[in-house]
Design a protein around this ligand. Structure first.
Ligand code: ZN
Ligand code: ZN
Length: 186
């Protein structure tokens, strides 16, 4: 079977015309590659994530309320071992029509919503899901609470082996700060 054309691969791209007045249920398994996570995101997906919820169309705006669930892999902040974490994030987002150039002020409440745009023909939920997956993973992720991290001097994983340089500053409360570079000290 030939691969489907771009934009039809995930089920996260929906024709606006196919969103009926009563809304449209969405339940999609999203393949990792369709989210195009970049190295800066610092997380990896080994398996699809599951997105479900309801699309509603109000005039030119489309609202999505639902959730994303899955398992992500990242690196332990201390020892760089792989860390797997189950994520589950509620999604509340609005997709606005493309700017008309008329300079009209948007008047609806947006405080609680993540804002995206659609192109007037289709709504693409991939950027939204991607953002949610990245945000759902804690910035500081540890393989375990008491992870000993890497030796700042020789680089060995202190969870796995001891090293000779370990003793000198083991008791220093500032040990963890070594190796970090601040723009200026305060
Ligand atoms: Zn660790
Ligand atoms: Zn060492």
């Amino acid at each position: 079977m030939a691969p489907p054309p771009s934009g039809q691969t995930t089920g996260l791209v929906v024709d606006l015309a196919k969103i009926p007045p009563e809304g449209r249920e969405l339940a999609v398994e999203v393949e990792p590659e369709s989210l195009q996570l970049s190295p800066e995101d610092a997380i990896t997906l080994d398996a699809p994530v599951f997105v479900h919820g309801l699309l509603r169309r109000v005039a030119e705006q489309v609202y999505f309320r639902g959730a994303v669930e899955g398992v992500v892999r990242a690196l332990c902040s201390r020892c760089l071992d792989a860390v797997h974490a189950t994520i589950g994030a509620d999604i509340d987002a609005a997709f606005l029509p493309p700017p008309t150039g008329a300079g009209a002020e948007e008047t609806f409440e947006t405080d609680e919503l993540d804002l995206y745009t659609h192109d007037g023909v289709q709504i693409d939920l991939r950027p939204l899901v991607r953002d949610q997956v990245v945000l759902a993973f804690p910035v500081q992720s540890l393989c375990r609470e008491e992870c000993a991290g890497l030796c700042q001097v020789c680089g060995v994983n202190r969870n796995e082996q001891q090293c000779a340089c370990q003793d000198e500053d083991r008791d220093s409360p500032f040990r963890v700060l070594k190796g970090l570079h601040f723009p200026e000290s305060s």
